[in-house]
Design a protein around this ligand. Sequence first.
Ligand code: PEP
Ligand code: MG
Length: 869
Amino acid sequence: PKYVYDFTEGNKDLKGLLGGKGANLAEMTNLGLPVPPGFTITTEACRHYLSHGDMPDGLGEEVAAHLAALESGMGKRLGDPDDPLLVSVRSGAKFSMPGMMETVLNIGINDRSVLGLAKQSGNERFAWDSYRRLIQMFGKTVLGVDGELFERAIDELKGEREDTDLDTPDLQRLVETYKGIVRERTGREFPADPREQMDLAIRAVFGSWNAPRAVLYRRQERIPADLGTAVNVVAMVFGNLGADSGTGVAFTRDPGTGQRGVYGDYLQNAQGEDVVAGIRNTVPLQELEAVDPVSYRRLLEIMATLEGHYRDLCDIEFTVERGKLWMLQTRVGKRTAAAAFRIAVQLVDEGLIDMDEAVTRVTGDQLAQLMFPRFATPEGDGRLTTGMNASPGAAVGKAVFTSARAVELAGRGEDVILVRRETNPDDLSGMIAAKGVLTSRGGKTSHAAVVARGMGKTCVCGAEELDVDVDARRFTTRDGTVVEEGDVISIDGGNGAVYLGEVPVVASPVVEYFEGGHPDDELVAAVHRVMTHADSVRVLGVRANADTPEDAARARRFGAQGVGLCRTEHMFLGDRRKLVEDLILATTPQERQAALDALEPLQTADFTGLFAAMDGLPVTIRLIDPPLHEFLPDITDLSVRLALAADQAPEKDRRLLEAVRRLHEQNPMLGLRGVRLGLAVPGLFAMQVRAIAAAARRSANPKAEIMIPLVSAVQELELVRDEAAKILAETGVDALIGTMIEVPRAALTAGQIAEAAEFFSFGTNDLTQMTWGFSRDDVESAFFGRYLDLGIFGVSPFESIDPDGVGRLMRIAAEEGRRTRPGLKLGICGEHGGDPESVRFCHEIGLDYVSCSPFRVPVARLEAGRAAL
Ligand code: PEP
Ligand code: MG
């Protein structure tokens, strides 16, 4: 295979092979934009390297050929003593992983070429500074030398001075010191051969795919672990050649709000890494206009070209080298959830995309983010300061100053806000653990901002008035207020406000809209248009899991087209638990009947309420499915109570203990539940069906669907179905009778089961539990983290349907069920019904509807629409 592509050979659709950066550099090159020349080594080469520990055959020659072409194009040779070509070696995976992998700049400098560089640039100081940066970056990322050693050496040399105060002799001395560090730490000289520098850097970039922080980031972002990264070898351009040079990051629209207009940060006389790292505070891009109007205007033109070409918000990294503008990167930019909705409809209004495409431009996860509450901000009250609104949301928690502490406290269930001067990729674990992130330095394109936006985490950055002292674990505001570790603060990622103490929160306008209100708000208008279109294209119905009229009513306002699961056992928690206990403990038919008689009117009222809330829409009522242990007292507690009471213990408690002992199960989730209980306790299901019938007769437009849980064999279902059908016939009530498919045997015998079922609803909670053999109640904490680390699955199968195992059973059941009964109605009511990936899967296998918790209904509607496009 071909492992190396010149920028003129690729295009934006080759992201899988060339990585996002490489594919887009190629695209820009082909659009005629000013991209420094270079080439991309494919992800395929990386995958080979990672699995074999060595480069594929022929890669070296291919690289050599492309390097030769690059050299002849530039009229310079890599590391040439008189006029050296320098290159950067940059990572770039299919999905952007900001700052997670390595990049090495200034490759090609050695003791001789540094002199050529000085001569050609006319800037000796610059040449030596570039050399020391190379050794430092290369030493750390390629040779694995502790970066602190370099930092310490430069700090020692500087003393009280700034970086910029170091002159050429200082930097020459620093280069020697750095070379000494490399020698001492690695037992070898810093490699002087430019090609060797380049080859080693390429290997290091490949290897950085598996750096711990990259692994963590991928898991967080659900990026597959086996994609590998591409490597881009790009001719260096320099933003640090003086005041007429600089570097910046720009967005074609505001990625925070979606506002139209140019937006970005610029840093004069600096290299790109300085901006992204947030080390120096940037100025707004508009200030470039004053410094260099020609480059500024050219940049605006290019941005317009890119937006028109990609038909989306683009983000851009650029460098100005002595008044000449160079594009170093572009991609379709990350944005906040609110910006995603606004931009999608803006682009429709601008004629760049149609509504179908607009629906695919937003995600269910983004919609879910917009449904989070916001702060009720009492004007000025307790506000410590205001930073930049880098990533929206309202976060409240204890201030912590290190990642480790954030992880530690969050592990104990505490809410924390990670406060840093700036973040770097090593802070990732703390950012994940924290409710929000606050930094005192860096713009909206700083590491903290970019990563937080990607994670949907609240972030306020660049709050410059705060003096953050990580060592002392506190920050101080301009007016002298000191906030120590553990003090509660509130941060508002929507407007950048930072408050001392806990600020109360209010509902989101998007939720108000779903609730039926019409807040006058551009975002709400955008959400409305997108949702309306998603509803018009989706094939899947969306129902809700609701057990109370209130939940059902809310779900209906949120767009649910019925109840897909009413868990009747939830109607017996609290005070009524006792009634179920009486029923389970009954030993004579009289006792049992008395218990059932007590339950029936309550159930009738419950169902009447549900039918009213869902008037005219289907309501799937599942007959009771209580794992017994949830309805009986704990055996140990009860034994202790009895032992303490000794002779005084009431007769009833003695009977209770006897019964609890008799019914005690080692595996209650695999025990006397669902249809098994219905068959074991005569009259129980019949009571519920009578209550459903009575409620239906009292209601205006009832559409009852009676669902039998935990069926494994058609015989179980037939017995219950016959009894229920008889009651319905006697009462003259019409209702469908169907079953859950939540035991693997039911899925595998779906063809038989469909003979007795008018509908199936997949209970993917139990189906996952029983297919994997993972207890749904215990497993998540015990070893799932390990399994995720080991890549056995990328996401918990309880969160997102495992398509190969559980999903296969669903396919079989759907197909064989419909073969028996062509009109068989199919749905899902496990937690997966509200998970975006799972919704798509359900669409794919042809289910009629998904059912999820009321709050997820809008998410499911949107994802169902996206799945249909
Ligand atoms: C299921 O198992 O997926 C289901 C919906 O039922 P429950 O969660 O009540 O067991
Ligand atoms: Mg179940």
